[in-house]
Design a protein around this ligand. Structure first.
Ligand code: DGY
Length: 319
């Protein structure tokens, strides 16, 4: 039987590429540059399947130019805001993602960002690294303590719950907003708020874990930032689209927000150069899921979805 033709748009983990090469007639983009619109359109005529990352954009316009050959887009990501799902489905193209497997890695990074933002990681590293550390006093680099503080989580899906589990280890009081209230065995004592606004009022620390959709674009705007307790710390490991970046800078300037930990930005790659002026914004380059273990698990999950699809089964993560 001929193997399905598969295009892998980025350099995935070695184990993933080895398995893909064994099981598919695969072309790998070893250059590791994001696939362009033209490359996607060309690939749709040459391949039965694509494994893209969130760096490839399947807009309605691009999908409209696809040939009929492409049957499945098996994303190597949990987020699918780079995919116009109605357009892909309208062309009869199956779309899958990789939920679950990156929840812990992303939650770990959210914890790093929360701690780093709260305890002056950028300024502290800078002063030691540059040799400028020449004094110490009890008033030096005083930060915000997690223990006993209230943590607000927006989006209590898999990553939000994994983050809550880690935050419990820091004895934080957990509050959350979610479209639906969780059953007790998932909430594990976290306090439900049926509006974002209600949650913000108690969020000494706030962490975003919801997808980017038209409804959540600029979710954290000036009005909502103003609802946070004075001196709150904000963490975003979800998507840059969720935060109005100008409003965040304004809130940092007034100290309404004491610090932010960001792994996601409106413009990626690159980020927001205006943030660089603020040592209390601790930034990382969208590496929430970037651990060896998780990269393998994401690649394998994408391949599991492809295997099921080409075996005539419903892929586990069909959207
Ligand atoms: C995801 O899986 O959505 C992460 O942001 C990495 O792409």
């Amino acid at each position: 039987m001929t193997k399905p033709r598969l295009w892998i748009t980025r350099r995935l983990s070695d184990a993933t590429l080895e398995r893909a090469t064994r099981d598919y007639d695969v072309v790998i983009n070893h250059d590791d540059q994001p696939g362009t619109a033209n490359q996607l359109i060309t690939a749709s005529a040459e391949f039965d399947a694509i494994i893209p990352c969130h760096s490839e954009h399947f807009s309605a316009d691009v999908v409209a130019q696809f040939s009929d050959r492409l049957k499945i887009v098996a994303n190597h990501s949990v987020g699918v805001d780079h995919c116009n799902l109605p357009a892909l489905k309208g062309r009869g193209i199956a779309v899958t993602n990789t939920p679950d497997v990156l929840s812990d890695a992303t939650a770990e990074l959210a914890m790093l960002l929360m701690l780093g933002a709260a305890r002056h990681a950028v300024a502290g590293d800078k002063i030691v690294r540059t040799g400028a550390w020449d004094s110490w006093s009890p008033a030096f680099m005083v930060g915000k303590q997690l223990t006993g503080a209230r943590l607000g989580i927006i989006g209590m899906g898999r990553v939000g719950r994994a983050f809550a589990a880690k935050a419990r280890g820091f004895d934080m009081e957990i509050h959350y907003y979610n479209r639906t209230e969780l059953p007790a065995d998932q909430a594990i004592g976290a306090v439900y708020h049926d509006t974002v606004e209600s949650l913000l009022g108690v969020a000494d620390f706030l962490s975003l874990h919801c997808p980017a959709t038209p409804e959540t674009t600029n979710l954290m705007n000036a009005d909502r930032l103003a609802l946070l307790p004075q001196g709150a710390v904000i963490v975003n490991t979800a998507r840059g689209a969720l935060v109005d970046e100008d409003a965040l800078i304004a809130a940092i300037e007034t100290r309404q927000v004491a610090a932010a930990g960001l792994d996601c930005f409106k413009v990626e790659p690159g980020g927001n150069p205006a943030f660089a002026a603020y040592d209390n914004i601790f930034m990382l380059p969208h590496i929430g899921s970037a651990t060896r273990q998780t990269r393998d698990a994401m690649g394998f999950r994408a391949l599991d979805n492809l295997d099921a699809f080409f075996a005539g089964q419903t892929p586990r993560d069909l959207l």
